[in-house]
Design a binder for this molecule. Structure first.
Ligand code: ADP
Ligand code: MG
Length: 288
């Protein structure tokens, strides 16, 4: 048994048109300290996988086991960072993190320790200069940094991230990726991150889990990213191994799991367009 087992998970939702089998037999073992990315077309079921691990949804069959304990409800041992920040608008940056720290460590840390721990986590994400600002007074990237600080401050066993940088401009996104790699080198968290950015997946991950198209989506392929750390995006842009991994992911998304055109719904089509945009020069311009 590994640290985190996603154990033959299937889920079927009741819908107006009858039962919809979204995930079919998703099976994944994650080791402690491993960084795993989930990639796949929009609507295939990535968020559903994450929500089952978070305890926000119950699998119809199978389940999730974390450190030998079955997951059956949400908990601070599985902190989630969403694409759109979920900070409380009336609280300062500091108080947004402090609230989570108080909730988790009220009994185990003194007031002074909780204050220091809150500040420490905001330093980790380089937000200690803006402790008193409110969410509407800081940029989108900064809000995501605070959301990450809040999640890290809970000392989760698993950090779950659902397209955490997906709403950010590409330059901010590269800064966030570098920050996350830096934090990860210090903390060695166990992370499952959903992304639709191929470079992000290769740069950050130990393994990339590629999901097939839904309905009845499952894991199609798993790619081990055997690149030494720390990883430098500028050096890797020219690295044949890096580019090989990158091409493997692009190939998986384009060739083997392209949806039949006639069946594409508007939602799925727009996502395929997104994926088409991945290898565009926009990314390279940022990288170089
Ligand atoms: P992804 O994150 O890969 O874009 P999701 O996990 O959000 O995909 O959704 C996968 C599929 O499951 C979609 O077709 C979505 O409409 C469907 N779905 C998700 N949650 C529910 C629900 N509560 N009831 C019915 N269908 C759902
Ligand atoms: Mg999603």
């Amino acid at each position: 048994m590994s640290y985190l087992d996603i154990d033959h998970v299937s889920i079927t939702f009741p819908t107006d048109k009858g039962p919809l089998n979204v995930l079919n037999d998703v099976y994944l073992n994650v080791e402690k300290g491993e960084f795993v990315s989930l990639i796949g077309h929009s609507g295939c079921g990535k968020s559903t996988v994450l929500n089952i691990v978070a305890g926000l949804l119950r699998a119809t069959e199978g389940g999730v086991v974390l450190e030998a304990k079955e997951v059956d409800e949400p908990g601070p041992d599985r902190a989630v960072v969403f694409q759109n920040h979920s900070l409380l608008p009336w609280l300062s940056v500091y108080d947004n993190v402090r609230l989570a720290v108080d909730r988790v460590f009220k009994k185990t840390m003194s007031k002074a320790e909780r204050d220091a721990w809150t500040r420490h986590n905001l330093e980790l994400v380089h937000m200690d200069h803006a402790l008193d600002r409110r969410p509407d007074e800081i940029s989108g990237g900064m809000k995501q940094r605070v959301g990450i600080a809040r999640a890290l401050a809970m000392q989760p066993k698993v950090l779950l991230m659902d397209e955490p940088f997906g709403a950010l401009d590409s330059l901010t996104r590269t800064h966030m990726q570098d920050s996350l790699m830096e934090i990860q080198s210090q903390l060695n968290n166990t992370v499952i991150m959903i992304t639709h950015d191929v470079d992000e997946a290769v740069l950050l991950s130990d393994r990339i889990v590629m999901m097939t198209n839904g309905p009845s989506a499952t894991i199609g392929e798993i790619l081990h990213i055997d690149l030494p750390r720390p990883r430098d995006r500028l050096e890797l842009a020219e690295d044949p191994t890096y580019n090989h991994y990158r091409a493997e992911v692009v190939k998986f998304l384009h060739e083997r799991h392209e949806r039949p055109k006639a069946k594409s719904s508007p939602v799925i089509r727009s996502s395929v367009d997104d994926e088409d945009a991945e290898p565009s020069p926009r990314k390279l311009r940022v990288a170089v």
